[in-house]
Design a protein around this ligand. Structure first.
Ligand code: 5RP
Length: 218
């Protein structure tokens, strides 16, 4: 199976985690897109969705799936999203698509976080995938210098502005042995909006598409 076949396989399987007549949080990226397409088949059975990006909101609307404002919603039963890396503790690196801030907000506001990915995303130690950090534009150089002090090599993502009007620094050369500590440390740098470590609020369930079917870690 190709990585995309595995993403499609796991996205379909994630439909089982959807609670009927509730509001579903929707992630961003190619795996989340497969989930949106699958969700279209049961759109009459859910109350609506909250999207983690303009791109996902647009795709949801193109299927006739209602998209609600988070501020108008009391409870999201489950958040379904992909990841760039996960360790076995379900600490994640996210933000390859640049939607990390809204993803983190919707994940925080959801009762359960179901992470869906192809099996290549499961790693022993996080950090081979460059860690995205969303930064207020005027703080870019300052934050980059602080990231270098922490041992990282930040690269300004070319021609990219987030849905929130900010820039992304992709931090290379990190070996993340304590994801919770690093998430806190990065959050404390003035000018950082969000970092792509989802460790304080990691996934509750990890579903991995593979040649041998969908593997579930909980
Ligand atoms: C977007 C994300 C995505 O979940 C992550 O990049 C994985 O993407 P894909 O499903 O395309 O492999 O965090 O900001």
């Amino acid at each position: 199976m190709t990585p995309d076949d595995k993403k499609k396989q796991v996205a379909l399987a994630a439909l089982e985690t959807v609670e009927m007549d509730t509001i579903i949080g929707i992630g961003t990226g190619s795996t989340a897109n497969h989930f949106i397409d699958a969700l279209a088949g049961i759109k009459h059975k859910i109350e609506g969705t909250v999207a983690s990006s303009e791109a996902s909101a647009e795709r949801l609307r193109s299927h006739g799936i209602p998209v609600l404002e988070l501020n108008n919603v009391n409870e999201i039963s489950v958040y379904v999203d992909g990841a760039d890396e996960s360790n076995k503790h379900m600490h994640l690196i996210k933000g390859g698509g640049g939607a990390l801030t809204r993803e983190k907000i919707v994940a925080a506001a959801s009762k359960r976080f179901v992470c869906i990915a192809d099996d290549s995303k499961l790693v022993d130690v996080l950090g081979k995938f460059p860690l995205p950090v969303e930064v207020i534009p005027m703080a870019r150089s300052y934050v980059a210098r602080e990231l270098v002090k922490l041992g990282g090599k930040p690269i300004w993502r070319d021609n990219f502005v987030t849905d929130n009007g900010n820039v992304i620094l992709d931090v290379h050369n990190l070996e993340i042995t304590d994801p919770v500590a690093l998430e806190n440390e990065l959050n404390a740098i003035t000018g950082v909006v969000t970092n792509g470590l989802f460790a304080r609020r990691g996934a509750d369930i990890l579903m991995l598409g593979s040649d041998n079917g969908v593997k579930v870690i909980e």
